[in-house]
Each structure stands twice: as C-alpha cells, then as structure tokens.
Design a binder for this molecule. Sequence first.
Ligand SMILES: [Zn+2]
Length: 120
Amino acid sequence: MNRPHYRSQDAGQYRKLYSDPRWCGPHGLRKRVLLRDGYVCQWAGCGRSLIGKGNAPNAPVVHHVEDHKGDLELFFDEENCMSTCKECHDRDAQRMTHRGYISGHDVDGRPIDPGHPWNR
Ligand SMILES: [Zn+2]
C-alpha cells in the first residue's frame, strides 16, 4: 500500500487550482461546465439532477476526464471536464485511488490486472 512520493507532492501543488477564480469563480470553468451539462450527471447510466448541496450524493462535482496532474491546459480545458454527481465521482475516485498499487504496474506503468479499466 505504498503511494509513490511524487503523488502527494503533486496533490499539494495543484490543490490550490480548485480555489482559483478561473475554476470556482462565478464565471469560472466549473460553473460553465455545469451550465453546459444542464446540471445533470453525465456519468453513463446515471443522469440524476445535480441539485444537492455540500456533500449530498446528488451534489454537483465537475470531474476531469483525463487526470490533469496539475497541468493547467488540461485543468482549464472545458472539453476535459464533465458534470457528475458526488456519488458517481466518489465511486470513480475510489477506483482511481486503488488503481495501480493494488493491482500493480508492469515496467511501462500499465496495470497488470487484466480487469483494470485501462486494459479493457
Ligand atoms: Zn451520477
């Protein structure tokens, strides 16, 4: 269960992006994505209305489809963002957290586990 060290450092560096007005401001990307998606969860098979507040399962979360890892272009790329409910997002985050260090990587960094989403 060892996380590579660079991960936690990255997280500290890009966490502040989420408080950037270009992201969370009244005209920020987060709002634009939610409006674009009509405040509906875009996760396959979900489609619930994102009307929840705070940590409610139906609270809106704007998800980066490709992990931005602090990359500003990916972070602020509207095409890379999708609206999801908190429940779908947390389910995915769980999966991502488990990615890699449970199923393992080969030398190229690909998951060994054939059932891993990357290998589907
Ligand atoms: Zn959902």
